[in-house]
Design a protein around this ligand. Structure first.
Ligand SMILES: NC(=O)c1ccc[n+]([C@@H]2O[C@H](COP(=O)([O-])OP(=O)(O)OC[C@H]3O[C@@H](n4cnc5c(N)ncnc54)[C@H](OP(=O)(O)O)[C@@H]3O)[C@@H](O)[C@H]2O)c1
Length: 353
């Protein structure tokens, strides 16, 4: 309070003239967002009200209609493995207070230097802060939605779709006539990897739990190995390409079922320990690669608009159909993250603001 008794804490407003009512400061518009100041359990995630972000000159503000939940979200919520805290994600809590990365929605406002998009465009992309009603993302991290696709389907593409694309096309160099083994085939990344390998002309064997056999067959897998019944690394078989997404199997076991000149792509795998989280396998593969005729690759995927366009075209042509698990409302973000982390997701989990 000022000495005159008026509430003049907002310096933007001019001084009140005698007798006139004090102007009411316009409150900043707010939105609902899933925020997290500290690493911890997904159960602790809550929706809070935060200011609606304003786009910078090269940014586009998107009204989010669907956001993708992936295994990486669990890592950001819990801060594990600890190595990621040292890699710049934040020591005590995530750098971006609002969670979420992949989204789809409508352009709501554009910065002064934006040329490719205008309000009303249907777009998808990736940027921190997607578990909210609005996000501001650089123009360069957006693409137009595949024609006829829903927001749920488009929100699956920027992280899981791009990871699968870079595993199959770039690291795996999958081509027609090859045999490809996809381990973790029923999850977010795996469901795309199966379809992309089939679209490249390969014959795909999927490794998943028995409950997901019908799903992976519907995606194009010609053979399914239920890992709860059969250890795929003990089979007397060799594949041209192995895309290893789940299970953290030992490198030596995977190499046993890889062709002599075959390619192993390490994408992920949970339960790799609280400190390194399985990164040691990637490091091991990089070193070993120099001493073997097999090609051993560790993948670190990078989201980019060119690959968003490739995936949008694949959806439009029908080459891939995003497999979507039950959508969750924003308020149940914690349950959605737990569902994915437990490996229960059939395809991709979506959050709807
Ligand atoms: N390298 C990168 O740049 C990059 C990018 C994105 C994600 N990732 C990593 O990739 C991994 C998968 O991500 P996601 O989003 O696809 O996760 P997800 O949706 O949870 O899928 C993982 C799937 O693996 C299956 N699974 C669990 N244990 C298994 C085992 N022992 N053997 C075979 N399958 C098993 C699970 O279902 P069933 O058990 O029912 O079969 C689940 O469907 C995560 O570790 C993530 O961190 C890496």
């Amino acid at each position: 309070m000022t000495r005159s008794g008026t509430n003049d804490s907002n310096p933007v407003h001019p001084a009140t003239t005698a007798g006139a009512p004090a102007p009411t400061p316009t409150p900043a518009p707010t939105m609902r967002a899933v925020t997290q100041p500290r690493y911890g359990s997904p159960d602790a995630l809550r929706v809070t009200l935060v200011p609606v972000p304003s786009p910078g000159p090269n940014e586009v503000r998107v009204r989010i209609r669907a956001a993708g939940v992936d295994a990486g979200t669990w890592h950001l919520v819990t801060g594990k493995p600890y190595l990621m805290r040292l890699l710049g994600f934040g020591v005590r809590g995530p750098r971006s207070g609002t969670l979420g990365l992949a989204f789809a929605g409508e352009v709501d406002a554009v910065g002064s230097a934006v040329t490719a998009f205008q309000p009303g465009d249907r777009v998808f992309g990736s940027h921190g802060g997607a578990f909210a009603e609005f996000v501001c993302a650089p123009e360069s991290m957006l693409a137009r939605m595949p024609s006829d696709a829903g927001f749920d389907a488009a929100a699956t593409l920027p992280v899981s779709g791009v990871t699968a694309l870079q595993a199959v096309r770039d690291a795996g160099e999958v081509h027609a006539g090859q045999s490809v083994l996809v381990i973790g085939a029923g999850g977010g990344v795996g469901s795309f990897a199966v379809q992309l390998a089939v679209a490249a002309g390969a014959t795909v064997t999927a490794v998943c739990s028995g409950s997901k056999e019908s799903l992976v067959r519907s995606l194009g897998a010609s053979e399914v190995v239920d890992y709860t019944q059969t250890d795929v690394t003990a089979l007397d078989r060799r594949w041209d390409v192995i895309i290893d997404i789940a299970g953290n199997r030992r490198l030596s076991r995977l190499r046993r079922i890889l062709g002599k000149r075959g390619t192993l792509v390490l994408v992920g795998g949970e339960n790799g320990g609280p400190v390194l989280g399985g990164m040691e396998r990637m490091l091991g593969a990089t070193v070993l690669n120099a001493f073997t005729s097999q090609r051993l690759r560790g993948l670190i995927s990078r989201e980019n608009a060119a690959d968003f366009d490739v995936l949008a075209a694949a959806v439009t042509s029908g080459a891939i159909v995003p497999a979507i698990d039950t959508p969750y409302p924003l308020a149940e973000a914690g349950a959605a993250v737990t569902h994915v982390a437990a490996g229960r997701a059939r395809g991709k989990v979506i959050l709807v603001p």
